[in-house]
Design a protein around this ligand. Structure first.
Ligand SMILES: O=C(O)CCC(=O)C(=O)O
Length: 265
């Protein structure tokens, strides 16, 4: 199925969910005017990594954001890979990716499995224990958050599901500018080795501790960069056909040729 994706590469206002929601509303309206089928937001876009805000003021912020996103998705009849938000639960505060279909249905919540020690994430947040697989109208896909892309075994695990095979990996991130070449290389490798489209939305701008690198990307299962931004605050558009994965997987059948007898599980 052909889909048009819109990746909202925004500069997140630190600790100000209201200001960030206003930005997202405008970006979604603009992307809908461009006839996007799937709109992708970056990681932690409501608060950024403002751990003081997250500890002291977060409260039910995630529920307000969920209602806001449901209305946007339903009102504009558009699918949202709605980035991730800090979400407080009785088991801890998680960095949670939210996915909505065109009817406003919350189709997936995936909490970041690999917390990033270099930014003290594990001191403030709780790691998720479940996978990122979900289904939208274009078929199966999986969602990942930033540091997750350094763990090929985690992404490969999603390809080995006994019943469902994703055709697209969506990645949402606050990836620093200092390591942006690693971001590109890791994403291209994950696309080639798993024979999937990779749609990766990073934030731009800076917070008190880091400058972020933008360079949101859409990559084909052959590792071709179909679209890429620079560092500016913008929305990146790309169209592709999820059915293209079939021929690529038939040509080079890596999943048939795996030597599970040689690998450590
Ligand atoms: O792995 C990296 O270099 C960046 C990861 C990161 O910034 C994050 O997970 O928030």
């Amino acid at each position: 199925m052909k889909i048009k994706t819109a990746l909202v590469q925004m500069d997140v206002v630190f600790g100000d969910p209201g200001a960030n929601r206003r930005k997202v509303k405008q970006a979604v309206e603009d992307a809908v005017a461009e006839k996007a089928d799937v709109i992708v937001l970056p990681e932690m876009w409501t608060t950024g990594y403002d751990f003081d805000f997250i500890k002291e003021e977060l409260e039910d912020e995630a529920s307000d954001t969920i209602l806001f996103l449901q209305e946007l998705a339903r009102g504009h009849r558009v699918n949202l890979i709605a980035g991730s938000v800090a979400k407080k639960t009785e088991d801890g505060t998680f960095n949670t990716l939210l996915v909505f279909n065109r009817h406003g249905g919350l189709r997936k919540e995936y909490s970041k499995a690999h917390l990033f020690r270099l930014m003290n994430e594990e001191k403030h947040l709780t790691q998720g224990d479940e996978g990122g697989m979900f289904k939208l109208e274009h078929g199966y896909a999986a969602g990942f958050i930033c540091y997750d892309i350094r763990f090929p075994e985690w992404m490969r695990t999603h390809m080995l599901h006994p019943k469902f095979t994703p055709d697209v990996f969506y990645v949402v991130a606050e990836w620093p500018k200092a390591r942006i070449e690693q971001w590109r290389a890791l994403l291209i490798a994950r696309a080639i080795e798993n024979q999937v489209f990779v749609v990766a939305c990073n934030r731009t701008g800076s917070d008190p501790n880091n400058a972020f690198g933008g360079h949101s990307l859409v990559i084909s299962p052959l590792g071709e960069v179909l679209a890429e931004t620079g560092e500016e605050e913008t929305t990146l558009y790309a169209e592709f056909d999820t059915e293209d994965v079939q021929e690529i997987r038939e040509n080079i059948p890596v999943f048939q040729d795996r030597r599970t007898d040689l690998y450590r599980q």
